[in-house]
Design a protein around this ligand. Structure first.
Ligand SMILES: Nc1ncnc2c1ncn2[C@@H]1O[C@H](COP(=O)(O)OP(=O)(O)OP(=O)(O)O)[C@@H](O)[C@H]1O
Ligand SMILES: [Mg+2]
Length: 457
């Protein structure tokens, strides 16, 4: 008998704490007003409320081509708010995140990177009605024949099977391809299966709960499904959720056929040509008109977007005019700076025509109270116990240096406490790590001192 061992549930998940894992949402009430501390978010109320309105607009899916800029000093929660927007949108609305620097790839054109990201941010829900045979297999007989080249080997030639639903029972006969699929998927009597009436694709849905087999094996990892209702041959609606980019790839693959794809499988090209994309757009629009598809425009979030250059901006500007574009959120921490690729200065390093099309959400620096509460949430997230005095010291460091630096010191202090075999982070741990590491101002002073020395020698 095989031995079965239960895995303790604490071991099953591999947990890592990232910079934004404590962010669970925007922390708004039902009237979209920000609650000071909620969903891992602290303070920054105006920006969170603004983001809440944007989420509503995106969820309604009507508006396209809107641009939102998140602007504020480093470490004031721009990326955190974007993450919260993604959480609020839920899993069915695509949220694509990239950094402005990602467009500089040696393999793809800048505009190609952007267009691909935009198309990944648009979901297409396709509804398809297909005729299928569906039921529990109550009898299964596979006929074999000698292999044409090797008479000692037998291959499946045809299959005769009976499918049962709560209403009726039907016996079908099918050829070699269906017989092979049945063998490959390990389908036996008692399984509930679906056979596409046109393509002959077989899907094993699981073991029928009412079948005698489901009762024999108590420990069985196969999915249990009820016996299907209605007729054996029926029309069923299938729903697939893909993105425009998925459709481009499928289309390019089918089109790119030829000898190479026959011999070596499909050829994966690096770029998809615009013709393919135009065809996909046409197809999608047609399906939407026929009521067979629904579009879910999502979000393309470009962090550190001052790293984009003029070419990328003008492409974005043009793309925003078309119909199938997502909502674009750009984040930046720059004031007046040059637009990359030019020597023109402009607010946030963005061209004026793009700024003109956008609404701006500003984030502000944190008060010591906010910093204390964010640190408290981070301590909980990292499972760190910290006493009040230590938290006060960290809050001070956060206000004088930066929130991020204080968060870093918190993890380091916790590691120090662990080495000292203490369960709680105390002020000694903070002082120790403060003496070992530097914040940016200290590091600059330190290097300056040496620069001077080098110059005088
Ligand atoms: N209001 C907030 N509530 C809770 N945590 C926050 C809040 N704002 C920022 N944080 C956390 O503080 C850290 C720094 O914030 P974030 O990375 O969002 O800053 P940023 O504005 O994107 O900075 P940069 O301009 O450098 O990219 C992150 O770990 C973030 O999750
Ligand atoms: Mg950021």
């Amino acid at each position: 008998m095989s031995e079965i061992r239960e895995i303790p549930s604490s071991l099953q998940r591999f947990e890592r704490v990232g910079a934004h894992t404590h962010i669970k949402g925007l922390g708004l009430d039902e009237n979209l007003k920000a609650v000071r501390i909620k969903d891992g978010m602290v303070g920054q109320e105006k920006a969170r409320e603004a983001a809440g309105l944007i989420v509503q607009i995106i969820k309604e899916g009507k508006l396209s081509g809107r641009t939102i800029i998140l602007a504020g000093p480093p470490g004031t929660g721009k990326t955190a708010i974007a993450m919260a927007i993604a959480k609020e949108l839920g899993p069915n609305v695509p949220f694509i995140q990239m950094s402005g620097s990602e467009i500089y790839s040696s393999e793809k054109k800048k505009t190609e990177v952007l267009i691909e990201a935009m198309r990944k941010a648009i979901g297409v829900e396709i509804h398809e009605i297909r005729k299928v045979y569906e039921g529990e297999v109550t009898s299964l007989e596979i006929k074999t024949a000698p292999h044409p080249y090797n008479p000692y080997q037998r291959v499946p030639e045809s299959v005769k099977l009976t499918l049962k639903t709560t209403k009726e029972e039907k016996t079908l006969e099918a050829g070699a391809s269906i017989a092979q699929q049945i063998i490959a998927q390990g389908i036996t009597e008692g399984c509930v299966i679906q056979i596409d009436a046109e393509t002959g694709r077989v899907v094993n849905l699981g073991l029928c709960v009412e079948s005698s087999k489901a009762k024999v094996y108590e420990v069985d990892d196969r999915a249990k499904v009820p016996r299907p209702t209605g007729s054996v041959l029926k029309e069923k609606e299938f729903v697939y959720t893909l993105t425009l980019d998925d459709l481009d790839r499928i289309h390019a693959r089918n089109k790119g056929g030829g000898l190479f794809s026959l011999l070596f499988g499909f050829s994966e090209s690096k770029e998809i040509d615009s013709e393919v994309r135009a065809t996909v757009d046409e197809m999608v629009k047609r399906m939407v008109d026929e009521g067979k598809a629904f579009i879910h425009p999502g979000v393309l979030f470009i962090d550190d977007s001052h790293l984009l250059d003029l070419e990328a901006f003008s492409f974005l500007g043009r793309a925003l005019e078309s119909e199938l574009v997502p909502i674009i959120i750009l984040a930046t921490n720059r004031g007046i700076t040059t637009i990359r690729g030019t020597d023109v200065k402009s607010p946030m390093g963005f061209p004026l025509d793009l700024l003109d099309r956008a609404v701006i959400i500003a984030t502000h620096e944190y008060s010591p109270e906010d910093i204390r509460d964010i640190l408290r949430i981070r301590a909980q997230e990292e499972k760190i116990a910290i006493d009040d005095k230590a938290l006060e010291r960290l809050t001070e460091i956060g206000s004088n240096s930066s929130l991020r630096y204080a968060v870093q010191l918190l993890s380091l202090a916790a590691q120090n406490a662990k080495c000292m075999k203490r369960g709680t982070v105390t002020i000694e741990d903070i002082e120790r790590v403060q003496s070992l590491f530097m914040d940016i101002n200290q590091a600059v002073d330190h290097l300056r001192k040496y620069e001077m020395k080098m110059l005088y020698y």
